[in-house]
Each structure stands twice: as structure tokens, then as C-alpha cells.
Write a new protein. Structure first.
Length: 520
């Protein structure tokens, strides 16, 4: 169950990476349309905004294709095509059933808002928003993995493989389209009740959400917490510019695109505060670790943690820094998570409405569109600096009080003929290590051997910063050999699932490794 959830969460990350870029371009487009801009700049901004709106208004099919192709073990291209087909079949079948049973809702003063139905690619269907894409993506991947490799005799070979998966998807999609006409309204009530409960919990709800988002990072399950709040009705619903948007991030981007009519930011923004600890905690934590390191190792530790702190602050990718101390001092991780939740709760209580999902770049561009009177970004910065000091002194105190073995404080045994310490004069590179070529030209021999050989590797994927690998036999794993792989910053082993923290260049590493191993 946990393995399946982790696989789903890393699949759903794919479209979210693109959405981060979309948000930046949407912000630029809005700025380009300001009144003082030249006419051709405004026109260009309007076109870019329309392009980004097209993506934002069709997230469901994007998630469907991304999840299906990512979760497919083989023939990922065919799985993606099947996902598109299944999505279109669902829309047609769902609309046809609603029509035949006289269940189609009538438009009111605000369109179909509040009816439980919506227009998707020209079809009026049960309004499931991104959930539809997620469900169909998972279902398509399951059918594809189970039946997509079945072969028939030559005369029937055209019906084998991915085509067999398509044949099976036809009745499955039809049954799903009909059943959800009756089941989804009930589920939707449950979602609305959950959302109302969390929203009604006020600062306590924000604290628990913020704490969980940070604390679950080592498991990789944090995506399952923040994604529903950011992209589905669990995070809230709002009508903006005559259209209905669900989820904190979607609502904020819609407000950005309709800046002229926005007088206050929707309360759902409380679920887009989780970048606060990325922006204001990364550097203080790194400085605390450096300060508490043994004097003869401080230069070495600077090169180890400062690049990760910089990336965490600027881009919002904190795993390289997180894993530098997480396993050595889990008490610090718990306190870090508490401070993250507390900070977000206080942001909400103080009336600060700054959108801070990732790092400094995303935060600056996204909030520049709005008046400071709406975002309270000046108070956001002041509060952030105060909390930075809290993070720094909390870490320094705990490291000293509990004698925690953070980087630079480990007990390194002396070995004969080997200098086990790093002197203050030792040169240390602060750049991220790269994956070096072995003598035979292969870059990944050591890693593959550590994973039990090529035949033991079942799947190879990545998220923002980690290689995520499923192996067939966990007994064949050699931890020490994996840890010698250049560039790795952390290792998590959970039965058959291996996570290797690599940093922001992980995707190119995964692609090169997949090509070398002959995997998709």
C-alpha cells in the first residue's frame, strides 16, 4: 500500500513541475498587461496569459497522462496515449448517461457553479476536477501494466499488447463513467465536509498542515498531503472571473490572472504557506550546523551545507540540506517541523497573505503582481527574519545541549596510514559533485552493483531531488557501495523501494542511467 502511494506521489509531481513554470509566466503576463505598458507588450502578455489559462483549465487531462505514463512499467508512450483515449471516452460516456437519464444540470446565474457538474473539453460532466485525471491515470496504468504485455498468435497479434489494454479499458471506463454519476456526489459531500472542518480549525489546522508537510519529507509521502489542498476542492473553492477554481494554488493563479477584480486574497492561500521554511530556515540551519561543527572541519562543512541552503532558499528544493542532518539528528528534524507549522499558523493569525509555495524566485515574482496591501509582504519579510533567528538559535542550543552529531561533529575513528580529519587549510569544493566516468566509460557500475545488479532493478524514476528505484530483492542491496556513488547526499531504504538524494540535477542523472541500462 505504502509503495503504491509513493509511486503515485512521484508520478503526480511531473505536472506540478510544469505548473511552477506556468505560474512564473502567468505572473510575467499579468505584469506585461499593466496600463503603462506599450500596446504590443500588453497584447503579447494577453496571449501568454491565454496560453497559461489553457493549461490551468485542463489540469485533469494533464494529470491523467502524467500519472499513467509515469506509473507504467513498460511502453510508457502507449500508456500515455491510452490515458488520453480513456479520458475522452469517460467524458463522452458520462455526458451521454447524464443526458439519457435527464440528469444534466441547468446553468444558473453563475453558470454550472454549485450544480456538481462542469464543462470539460466541451462535455458537460460530473465535476471531479483533478480527481478525474488522477483516478483515470491510476486505472489506466494498472490495466496497462497487467494486460499491456499479453501476446496473441500471429493472426490476432494486432489485438495483443497495448491494444488489449485498450480493449479492456472500454468497458471499464464505461462502467466508471456511469457509476460516478451516482457515487461522486456522495464523495464530493465528504470532501466538502473535510475541507470545511480543516478551514474551520483556523490556526490549528494550518499548524497541523504545515507540520505534516515538513515532517513527512523523509518518507516521500508529503506530496499526498499538500497536493489535494493545492489542486483539489479539499483546499477550497472560489468563483473568479465567472469560472470555478478549486485548490489553493489554482485559486491564487486565477486571482493573479484576474488582478483587476481582486480586492482580497482567498482564504485558501493558507495552504500555500509551506515554502516559508524553505525561504527563511535553510540558511539559518546551515549556519547553525557550521557554527557547531568542530573548528578544524568548519571549512569542509561550509562546502557541504551552504550550496544546499542556497538552493533551498532560492529554488525551494531543501532535500540536499535536509538529508545532511536528518538521520544524524532526528530531534532537529522534529523541531524543524514544529517551527514550520508554527510559522505558517502565525502567518495566518497575523493576517499575512503572501503566496510562498517554493523559494525566493517564485515568491517574489508571484506576489509582485498584487498590491502589498493585499499580500502584506512587508510584514512577511519582517516576520521571516525574526523566525530565521529563532531557527538558528534553536538549532545551536539543541545541538549543544543534546550533543547531536550533526555534520562536522561526528566521531571519526583514526585509521592507520589515513588522515581522517580535514584541516582548516584543506581545500574543499563547494560545488555539487558530478557523476564521474569509470575507467570503462560506464558511469553507473558502482550504483548498479550496489542495487544488486541490472536484473534486480525493477523501475527507475525520480522526483524533484531523488532517484526512486524499486528492486526485486532487497537482500541484494549493498548500502556501502551505493553511498560511494558520486553526488549522493542521502539514502533511504524501505523494503523494495530505494530513494537516493541527488539534488536538483537528478533528472538528467536518471535519464542517463535509464539510457545506459536500456530502461524507459
Amino acid at each position: 500500500m505504502k509503495k503504491g502511494m509513493q509511486q503515485f506521489s512521484r508520478s503526480a509531481i511531473i505536472p506540478i513541475k510544469f505548473m511552477a513554470v506556468m505560474g512564473l509566466f502567468l505572473a510575467f503576463a499579468v505584469i506585461m498587461q499593466l496600463e503603462f505598458m506599450p500596446g504590443f507588450i500588453q497584447s503579447t502578455g494577453s496571449m501568454i496569459k491565454s496560453m497559461m489559462d489553457a493549461m490551468m483549465n485542463n489540469l485533469s487531462i494533464i494529470f491523467c497522462v502524467a500519472i499513467a505514463s509515469s506509473m507504467a512499467k513498460k511502453n510508457k508512450l502507449e500508456a500515455g496515449v491510452l490515458a488520453v483515449i480513456a479520458f475522452l471516452m469517460f467524458l463522452a460516456a458520462n455526458n451521454a448517461w447524464l443526458s439519457s437519464q435527464h440528469m444534466l444540470a441547468k446553468e444558473g446565474a453563475v453558470g454550472l457553479y454549485g450544480t456538481g457538474q462542469n464543462m470539460v473539453l466541451g462535455f458537460q460532466v460530473v465535476d471531479m476536477n483533478v480527481f478525474l485525471g488522477m483516478i483515470l491515470g491510476i486505472l489506466t496504468a494498472y490495466i496497462h501494466n497487467k494486460f499491456g504485455n499479453k501476446k496473441f498468435i500471429d493472426i490476432l497479434s494486432i489485438y495483443g499488447g497495448p491494444r488489449l489494454a485498450f480493449i479492456i479499458m472500454i468497458p471499464v471506463t464505461l462502467a466508471l463513467a456511469i457509476s460516478l454519476c451516482y457515487v461522486w456526489p456522495v464523495i464530493n459531500k465528504g470532501i466538502n465536509s473535510t475541507s470545511s472542518f480543516i478551514l474551520g480549525a483556523g490556526a490549528i489546522g494550518v499548524f497541523l498542515y504545515g507540520f505534516g508537510n515538513r515532517f513527512l519529507i523523509p518518507t516521500g509521502l508529503h506530496h499526498l498531503l499538500w497536493m489535494p489542498f493545492c489542486f483539489t476542492a479539499i483546499g477550497g473553492t472560489a468563483t473568479i472571473g465567472g469560472k470555478v477554481y478549486t485548490g489553493a494554488v489554482n485559486i491564487f493563479y486565477a486571482e493573479m490572472a484576474n488582478i483587476g477584480s481582486i480586492t482580497s486574497l482567498d482564504p485558501s492561500i493558507r495552504f500555500a504557506f509551506f515554502g516559508f521554511s524553505k525561504v527563511f530556515a535553510s540558511i539559518p540551519i546551515a549556519l547553525a550546523i557550521i557554527h557547531m561543527a568542530n573548528k578544524n572541519r568548519q571549512e569542509e562543512i561550509k562546502g557541504m551545507v551552504l550550496p544546499g541552503a542556497f538552493v533551498g532558499t532560492v529554488a525551494g528544493i531543501t532535500e540536499p540540506l535536509d538529508f545532511s542532518y536528518l538521520f544524524a539528528a532526528p530531534q532537529l528534524w522534529f523541531v524543524h517541523s514544529l517551527l514550520a507549522g508554527l510559522s505558517e499558523a502565525l502567518l495566518w493569525q497575523f493576517g499575512i497573505r503572501t503566496f510562498v509555495k517554493d523559494g525566493v524566485i517564485d515568491t517574489a515574482v508571484s506576489n509582485a503582481v498584487f498590491s502589498p496591501s493585499l499580500t502584506k509582504i512587508h510584514w512577511f519579510i519582517i516576520f521571516g527574519l525574526v523566525m530565521s533567528a529563532v531557527w538558528y538559535f534553536s538549532f545551536v542550543f539543541l545541538i549543544k545541549k543534546l550533543d547531536l552529531k550533526t555534520p562536522g561533529r561526528e566521531e571519526v575513528p583514526e585509521m592507520a596510514g589515513v588522515n581522517s580529519s580535514v584541516t582548516e587549510d584543506s581545500p574543499v569544493s563547494s560545488s555539487e559533485p558530478t557523476v564521474a566516468l569509470a575507467n570503462d566509460g560506464s558511469r553507473f557500475d558502482t550504483l548498479v552493483e550496489g542495487l544488486g545488479g541490472r536484473s534486480n532493478i525493477e523501475t527507475l524514476n525520480n522526483c524533484f531531488t531523488r532517484l526512486r528505484i524499486d528492486v526485486l530483492d532487497p537482500e541484494k542491496i549493498d548500502k556501502d557501495k551505493i553511498k560511494t556513488f558520486p553526488g549522493q547526499k542521502g539514502l533511504i531504504i524501505d523494503k523494495n523501494n530505494i530513494q537516493i538524494v541527488m539534488g536538483m540535477g537528478v533528472q538528467s542523472i536518471r535519464e542517463d542511467m535509464a539510457e545506459e541500462l536500456g530502461m524507459e
